[in-house]
Design a protein around this ligand. Structure first.
Ligand code: ZN
Length: 299
């Protein structure tokens, strides 16, 4: 039996033995109810994603610990402003080290090098610097089962997921309530699809995302996200013609049914598809800092 998911910001919620959630007070259309700060283990506790730098949230994380407990390590899934800025104040308050794949530039795709004028860069915590870098495949001792680090670039180059037994902590890579934003040049859809393959190969039972409720059917959700992306790719290819079309025209064609207020975010995802298709030889994308990106079909 799992407890119902109805967290209140700042109040610890026990989800299963050895796993607690402290919801950060930063709800928004991009963060659902807020950032999920996970407390793994008892006694020597691992904090995953301390969230934004909010004094009330820092106090709530510390208050969630019993007097006999302490923070042993702080892990950050990726350097976005809703996940990582709380790490340094928590480290200063507890003496625990901050662990992550690297800073906000770590693991960024070389595929973006040929394109100027992609825009993007929203929400990146450029000041983030971990004390210890976690390589792909790193194993951390932990009660019950070790924690295994899985480098999953795509949403951001330095994004990692953590496997802890049958549980998979998926950050912003796989969430139950919405697909991830993949916004070039920080986001790379080619990497994202490869990361989905890696997660599927792990065969996770239960997902604990960075926002929103746990996902009981982890494999089904990963497969559904892949199907969603491939469906969108087919729509993008169908919208491309032999002559270069500006990005906004393509957004209007592909996302015709979407509320216009969501078109800016949709444009970021569409641009991610165009970079991916360009590198796969299926489309030609041209960018120019003075004008909008334009794309045409190649095959
Ligand atoms: Zn993020």
């Amino acid at each position: 039996m799992h407890a119902p998911f109805d967290p209140v910001p700042g109040q610890p919620l026990a989800l299963e033995p050895g796993l607690r959630l402290v919801l950060a007070p930063n709800p928004s259309p991009m963060t659902e109810r807020g950032t999920n700060t996970w407390l793994l283990g008892t006694g020597a506790v691992t904090v995953l994603d301390p969230g934004p730098e909010t004094p009330a949230h820092l106090r709530a994380i510390l208050a969630a610990l019993s007097p006999s407990e302490h923070v042993a390590r702080i892990i950050v899934s990726h350097a976005h402003l809703d996940h990582s800025p709380g790490a340094r104040p928590l480290a200063q308050a507890t003496g625990a080290p901050v662990l992550a794949f690297g800073d906000a530039r770590a693991g960024l795709s070389a595929r973006m090098a040929g394109f100027a004028g992609l825009g993007g860069g929203e929400g990146v915590d450029t000041a983030f610097a971990p004390d210890t870098r976690l390589a792909d495949g790193a194993v951390l001792p932990m009660e019950g089962a070790p924690i295994e680090v899985v480098h999953t670039p795509g949403h951001l180059g330095n994004h990692i997921c953590l496997r802890w037994g049958a549980r998979l902590f998926t950050g912003d890579m796989v969430m139950g309530w919405a697909p991830s934003l993949v916004s070039p040049p920080d986001g790379d859809l080619t990497d994202f699809m490869a990361s989905l393959d890696r997660l599927e190969a792990l065969g996770p039972a239960r997902l604990y995302p960075g926002h929103g409720a746990p996902v009981a059917e982890g494999m089904a959700r990963i497969q559904a996200l892949r199907t969603h992306r491939l469906g969108r790719e087919a729509q993008v290819l169908a919208a491309l013609g032999p002559d270069p079309a500006p990005l906004d025209d393509l957004v209007a064609r592909v996302y015709a049914e979407l509320d216009a207020a969501m078109h800016p975010a949709a444009a970021r995802n569409l641009l991610a598809h165009l970079v991916d298709l360009h590198h796969r030889g299926l489309a030609h994308l041209e960018t120019d800092p003075a004008g909008p990106p334009r794309a045409r079909r190649l095959s």
